[in-house]
Design a protein. Structure first.
Ligand code: PLP
Length: 330
């Protein structure tokens, strides 16, 4: 990857003449089965551009209460797009057509349409980060996006880890993508590229997205150097995600039964192992593991998130389990 980056031909992405960025965008659009794609610095920017491009200030956005776009993007929906999130009660990120319909209400001659917030966008996250890498079923996706289409609501997929969903299920990325008006994918995270995400959609939508990329400060000149890393990651590192999935499962099985830990290895579907710690606050466990060289993220008072990734070996997973067992005394 570093060699590909060093050799990358570059131009000025703001003028659309960086050949490596253009190759990356074409490759990703092809993979996702969309007309076009735009390379941007982060998954956060990609999602927030999508929200901005689909909506106008004052619009409502239907989104799961624990989704990354809502909880972990620094209030971007409100600050950058002026939209009102309407929260869906997803379970591990999965919500139902009934949940969507419940938000839309029932029109009648007594309802005043100007009172409510016009819902313009439905967002979905696959795999779901806070949901522990939960994968949406295609039928579930079809059911909720059908409701959106029926009501004239646009759809956006935060597919930061769509690659993981595809590897776990064998369903190609483009089969997931065809249900959405826009899709964001990340080249960092599991794929191992240093920088970047892409937002995919129709030519018209991506042309509009390019305007907001520039407005949000994402026009990045000789970006071919980093795009070459992303292109390498897409071409070489997708299939190996299965190894991360096996490692996450191995980790979950290893710490199951440890005093103070609650985890269900069967719930580990991809590369994220989330568990509960009941014997001490999660940040304290994170500190104690950190002191032993193990980095596991605390999430709230009693939640922990472990993610294996590229270059982490099976032996390191076993070492991680031993460190946790050592700290918790089993
Ligand atoms: C589901 C999901 N979407 C979007 C993002 C944002 O990606 P980035 O860190 O590149 O902004 C993340 C990051 O963890 C994520 O987990």
């Amino acid at each position: 990857m570093r060699e590909a980056m060093a050799r990358a031909a570059v131009g000025d992405d703001v003028y659309g003449d960086d050949p490596t960025v253009n190759r990356l965008e074409a490759a990703v659009a092809e993979l996702l089965g969309t007309e076009d794609a735009v390379y941007v610095p982060t998954g956060t920017m990609s999602n927030q551009i999508a929200v901005r491009a689909h909506t106008q200030p004052g619009d409502g956005v239907l989104i799961d209460h624990s989704s990354h776009v809502y909880t972990n993007e620094a209030g971007g929906m409100a600050a950058l797009s002026g939209v009102l999130p309407r929260l869906l009660p997803g379970v591990r990120g999965i919500f139902t057509p009934a949940d969507v319909r419940a938000m839309l209400g029932v029109p009648s001659r007594f309802s005043v349409t100007t009172l409510g917030t016009p819902i313009r966008l439905l967002c979905l996250e696959n795999t779901h980060n806070a949901g522990g890498g939960k994968v949406w079923g295609l039928d579930q996706i079809q059911a909720v996006t059908d409701v959106a289409r029926e009501k004239g609501i646009s759809t956006h997929l935060d597919g930061a880890r769509l690659w993981n969903a595809s590897v776990a299920t064998g369903i190609p990325e483009k089969t997931y993508a065809k249900h959405f008006d826009s899709i964001s994918v990340c080249f960092s995270k599991g794929l191992g590229a240093p920088v970047g995400s892409a937002l995919c959609g129709t030519k018209e939508f991506i042309a509009r997205a390019r305007r907001f990329k520039q407005q949000f400060g994402g026009g990045f000149r000789q970006a071919g150097i980093i795009a070459a890393g992303a292109l390498y990651a897409v071409c070489h590192n997708r299939e190996r995600l299965a190894e991360d999935h096996a490692h996450a499962k191995l980790f979950a099985e290893g710490i199951q039964g440890c005093p103070g830990i609650e985890i269900d290895p069967a719930a580990v579907e991809t590369n994220i192992a989330r568990f509960k710690i009941t014997s001490m606050p999660a940040p304290e466990l994170a500190e104690r593991l950190f002191a032993k060289g193990l980095r596991v993220l605390p999430a709230g008072a009693d939640g922990m998130r472990a993610i294996p990734y590229l270059n982490i070996s099976r032996q390191q997973i076993l070492d991680a389990v031993a460190i946790i067992r050592g700290v918790l005394g089993s």
